[in-house]
Design a protein around this ligand. Structure first.
Ligand code: SAM
Length: 279
């Protein structure tokens, strides 16, 4: 396939508010001969409203490999395909990655369109000051595996971003508090929709806050937890760090030793040590 050949367009669609569809997305959806949709019935009304004339084909988690082969065939025949999921950006906790990989492997052209995505929408309103973030997507549904996954993230110095379903939000927040302790949690619910809320609170208070009003447990969620650097403010790591600094150890060595002794994140302690030295 050449640069001028047909393309697979990866097209984000609104999370809730239809006005969030970009003009470019509209143009592509109107003009391509094929639209591969996670759920053709779900995307139907949007495509109809746009006056899209292309034919739809299913491309969901259970037929992704087959759909990929079909899409590659279309591209080889010179016909472009737009890929959409039910909401947001395909491939982000949604089907799409296998299709993109197959098209790329066949030397096809993949054109990504920027647009709605719950991760970035939620983070932009979170107020979290972490300079980096780690997007995890959905945690395992089983309690033991979920705890294990959270444990593995405990030392990460960046903000952690999760997707969660309403029927699991209470148990997930409970586990997060048990594993992460004193951090900030930002709960972004129903983004771009009527009951949109973005609420920041101490993680250890979050379960009670959610339980206080059943409406707070409804809808779609992005959960954002501040990074391990937060822990260094008040935890054991900081206590040991201060003792070592007071003993005259250089910043780097004090951070390294405090991390080894307490298990706290070294980078976070290093930043904290620099701040303490400047203070
Ligand atoms: N591909 C999508 C994206 O780009 O964000 C995500 C698809 S994933 C199957 C669905 C999850 O995304 C939901 O369970 C929720 O965690 C999050 N999500 C989607 N829409 C949302 C919204 N309006 N408000 C908050 N979270 C949302």
């Amino acid at each position: 396939m050449t640069e001028e050949s047909a393309a697979l367009y990866v097209v984000p669609t609104p999370l809730g508010n239809l006005a969030d569809l970009t003009r470019r997305a509209e143009e592509i959806l109107r003009s391509v001969p094929w639209i591969a949709a996670e759920d053709t019935r779900h995307s139907g009304p949007l495509l109809k409203q746009l006056g899209a004339r292309g034919r739809t084909m299913p491309a969901h988690r259970h037929n992704e490999q087959e759909a990929a082969a079909r899409i590659v065939d279309k591209l080889l025949a010179g016909e472009s395909v737009a890929l959409v999921s039910d909401a947001g950006t395909p491939g982000i906790s949604d089907p799409g990655a296998r299709i993109v990989a197959a098209v790329r492997a066949a030397g096809g052209r993949v054109v990504p369109l920027p647009g709605p995505c719950a991760v970035t929408t939620a983070l932009s309103a979170s107020g979290l000051l972490d300079e980096q973030f780690l997007f995890y997507g959905f945690l395992p549904a089983k309690a033991g595996q979920r705890r294990q996954a959270l444990e593995a993230l405990r030392q990460q110095p960046c903000a952690l971003v999760f997707y969660e379903a309403p029927h699991r939000v209470l148990e997930t927040v409970d586990d997060m508090a048990a594993v992460f302790g004193e951090r900030t949690l930002v709960i972004a619910r129903e983004l771009t929709k009527l009951f949109e809320t973005v609420h920041a609170l101490p993680l250890v208070e979050a379960l009670a806050w959610l339980k206080a009003d059943p409406n707070r447990q409804r809808g779609e969620f992005v959960l954002m937890v501040s990074g391990a650097a937060d822990e260094a403010d008040s935890g054991e790591g900081e206590r040991v760090l201060k003792l070592l600094l007071a003993d005259g150890l250089p910043v780097k060595q004090a951070a390294k030793l405090a991390a080894q002794i307490t298990g706290a994140a070294k980078n976070a302690l290093y930043d904290r040590a620099l701040a303490l030295r400047k203070a």
